[in-house]
Design a protein around this ligand. Sequence first.
Ligand code: IMP
Length: 437
Amino acid sequence: MDKSKSVAVVGAQWGDEGKGKVIDYLASKADIVARFQGGNNAGHTVVYGANIFKLHHVPSGILNAGTLCLLGNGMVVDPLVLVEELFELEKRGIDTSKLYISGKAHLNMAYHKDLDEANEELLGEKKIGTTGRGIGPAYADKVMRRGIRAVDMTGFERFRERLADILPLQNRILKEIYNHKGYDLDELFELYCPALERLGPLVTDGSLLLIENLTAGKKVLFEGAQGALLDIDHGTYPYVTSSSTVAAAAATGNGVGPQHISQVLGVIKAYTTRVGEGPFPTEDRSEAGEQLRERGNEFGTTTGRPRRCGWFDSVIARYAAMVNGLTGLAVTKLDVLSGMDTVNMAVAYSCSGAETNNFPGSIEELKECTPVYETYSGWDEDISRVRRFQDLPAAARHFLKALEENVGVKIELVSVGPDRSQTITCQDSSLESWIVP
Ligand code: IMP
């Protein structure tokens, strides 16, 4: 298989790794950008010159004229939010006519958001810290076989009928368990009618669209959201999102065979952040963590919540490499570390008196782990204008080489600022055919 044909770009930490920027960088050479999981819990910030775009459902590829964008069957799509997102893009002159939605994608409905919020409230101190966007309840309904799918948006009668079948149970749950007033069928239907009109024509057979294009030799970029440690199976359960965030999900979440994923690029920050609850071994609650938050502007794109910050953790990175089958790394936000006297990197964990290189299987064990750090010299130089690896300060190169060695995966790209242009392509990168010189 031609290695240049498709690449999956996935988060290798707890999300917010800077996937949007990396995807945007590669998307100019992509014929199709396809998302495969999650919904508007995701938030990608793409900076292009003076323009800042905050995307939630829509793949970053939308900013490239001519690139097809697909919301895959593995997603949960909030029709009301998507309509708003498209409107905002169009207002700023972005052509959205090449966006398609897989008919098999599930809809994230108003009652899912209510259930998400109510569930978090009920959990109290044990809450997950969700984005409150209804993601968990929407996936739960999919698995319970009582979801509404994008294909149901292609006919008003069809949508109303499906809603009529489902709403009585949703209302019972809302009223009897969560003390919510529930929804009136006619009112809810009316609320969604404009979205049906706008989005119905975008619904397509996502698998067919991709396979036809792949067969014709087109380049497909699979856009992941969140990160490996938030994966429903492989993440820090229950403090995870409700979808499969790892690279293999690019196949199931788009209805193509796994042989179509030829490269897996893991996006990873030069330090670590997390939003929401759950264990985070390298979290730094001292001044260094505060510095990372301020310099890295670590506040959520979706919720505005301050992110928890800490040092780079090779243990989770190695784990992410394993569960994703990473073939390369894109290290982001290296510039944020400039000006630090020293930079720490966890190389192992110390758990119950023993040292381990492996990520523990349960959060109970993880809570007991403390990081074993290696400390590197910092650098003072402003690296935001550096465009070649060899032009980075020696200390920064040394840090990256150690990171590469500790994770065991080749660094392909290094990001030194939010703009598309602030990206270093490493020598012999296998992504070269994706990069505009
Ligand atoms: P949910 O996906 O809204 O259900 O949230 C579940 C967990 O995933 C929470 O800890 C969220 O903070 C986290 N999460 C969801 N989406 C993102 C994201 O795009 N970036 C970072 N964390 C996320």
